[in-house]
Design a binder for this molecule. Sequence first.
Ligand code: SAJ
Length: 418
Amino acid sequence: MADELQRICVVGLGYVGVPTAAMLASKGLDVVGVDVEPARVAAVNAGAPHIDEPGLEALVRNAVGRGGLHAQLEVPAADAFIIAVPTPLDCKQKPDLQHLRDAVASVARVLVPGNLVVVESTSPVGTTEAACAWLAEVRPALSFPHLAGEQSDIRVAYSPERVLPGNILFELVNNDRVVGGVTPACAQAASSMYRLFVQGECALTTARTAELVKLTENAFRDVNLAFANEISQVCDALDISPWQVIELANRHPRVDLLRPGPGVGGHCVAVDPWFLIHAAPRLTPLVQAARQVNDDRPQWVVDRVLSASEGLANPKVACLGLAYKANVSDLRESPAMRIVDRLELELPGTVLVVDPHIASLPDEFEGRRVELVNRDEALGVADIIIVLTDHREFLDIERDRLANKRLIDTRGLWDGWD
Ligand code: SAJ
């Protein structure tokens, strides 16, 4: 199959689509990236993707420069199609598959027998089989594997992305990949494509299993984080260092706790557990409790700041970090955003924010008492310093600059100082 692949179309030029498209192009394939947003298309064609990810710009620039990658608004004919569009939650925390349905419909129009379609977007179990039916609605003359089995004209599979923002290019190549086919031949075809750049193992399974694997991975991380956050609250009440407790507990050969933080953000770990909860509300009390613990965590941090501000007539607060995690600029679902929002509502004076990874504050702080300042300015004037993101730029703050400040370190940046 891989020998027959010449042109691959990647639909959705986001955190997954752009790296995947550039990686395939770097292996000599003719890759077309497609997105509904003209700005994203233009950015890729200019070799300057909108995504802040180490190494990505150079990879895209090379691929575009050599003519191996270009982006456009329309889905072209191709040998294989990778769909990596967002599958967000609606206001009732229910998966919203509209972007996926639209992408599938646009791919359907150009299909010819022998094509491969792979969905990578996080999806409820059964979505890939449903996608076969959506394809068949648009192209009734073609046969699809949910009904035609191994004899189908078109192969359809699900292979979840698993890459960690901040380390995407390495993980895209080196992580094992789960490849779930609607039939075994579909899984084989998709795995031949991924083997063009994946050095990890490609583990073949069914599409439904692969869909559930993805949800399980991120829900597992959410539960682990909720436990770490809960233990940190117990530590706080008992006046014991959570960082030390977790570090020592992790020396047990069968314990592997993550680190507490100000809450769980990003567009995946804070979101994907809801796909499981929605599919089986009565069967997921643990996953639901973890979501609740992690969602309550920013308010716990705010309460600690309010306690720390007692006795200060007009406390000046500086928040280090606004992004959802270290060394990225992504603000989606960031707990730091919620904390800054609450502090501005609950404290007098201006809330100072330091984040070297962002150029300006997001719109929701427009016209409010929130100011983006540099690190030194914040350290100079603040009475209370709160670490919300452990960006590398905060690691070398000298201890004497924090003398006489009230510190709330939600990331353990200053762990080991006492
Ligand atoms: N966090 C902590 N303490 C930790 C680790 C993380 O508080 O010890 C927080 C982060 O600060 C962040 C949140 O958890 O707010 C999530 O960050 P993350 O680094 O755990 O994960 P993501 O959302 O950047 O990427 C995850 C990864 N999933 C898993 O590790 C199981 C990634 O491999 C997935 O591809 C990605 O979700 C996705 O797109 O689904």
